[in-house]
Design a protein around this ligand. Structure first.
Ligand code: IMP
Ligand code: MG
Length: 187
């Protein structure tokens, strides 16, 4: 077993195959950080992390951007504790900062139906930012994302439900350093 795999988690029978490894995440974030650094010269971005899932990705992404970056967070709820979307989005925690004149990058863990992101975009645009782009670590394949205008995407992944690197099932597995499938019971 590799030294960086944690035995207790690695032996959890609810966890399936690795979908994105730690190394893949690290090198992709370095690329995304480099692109954002080049794209935002002279107009430092405000990263808006979507809690809770994006907190791990946001921490690593921010440190890969060679610019003075500001941070804020929103918490929205679209899933409850289930692995199926409820179709309902509501703001649980709103932003602290004023968006007018800011270059916003929304940092998301995963885009599935796009419902959460669609709602967020409309909501953020109404606050007069100068620009809004999206940086998503994961995009689930097989859905129609063309109209979502995702500028920065880490990985397109297969349909299976995944956990790790910020993503949870019923608040579990967020601290896994990689992304893997969840094969346990519905919470
Ligand atoms: P959407 O609104 O259907 O695009 O769902 C987006 C949100 O659902 C994400 O921000 C996640 O919090 C959650 N989500 C979607 N798929 C997964 C998954 O495979 N694992 C964990 N959370 C997920
Ligand atoms: Mg979630």
């Amino acid at each position: 077993m590799a030294a960086n795999v944690r035995p207790v988690l690695a032996e959890d029978p609810n966890l399936g195959e690795t979908v994105v490894s730690e190394d893949e995440i690290r090198s992709r974030i370095a690329e995304l950080g480099g692109r954002i650094t080049a794209d935002y010269q002279g107009r430092p971005p405000l990263l808006v992390g979507v809690l809770k899932g994006a907190f791990v990705f946001m921490a690593d992404l921010a440190r890969a951007i060679d610019l003075p970056v500001d941070f804020d967070f929103m918490a929205v709820s679209s899933y409850g504790s289930s692995t199926k979307t409820s179709g309902v989005v509501r703001i649980v925690k709103d932003l602290d900062v004023d968006l007018s004149g800011r270059h916003v990058i929304v940092v998301e863990d995963i885009i599935d139906s796009g419902l959460t992101l669609n709602y967020l975009r409309k909501n953020l645009h109404a606050r007069n930012p100068t620009s809004v782009e999206v940086c998503a670590l994961l995009v689930r394949d097989g859905k129609q994302h063309g109209d979502l205008d995702l500028k920065y995407v880490g990985f397109v992944i297969p349909p299976a439900f995944v956990v790790g690197y910020g993503l949870d099932v019923d608040e579990r597995y967020r601290s896994l350093p990689y992304v893997c499938t969840y094969v346990g019971p519905e919470p």
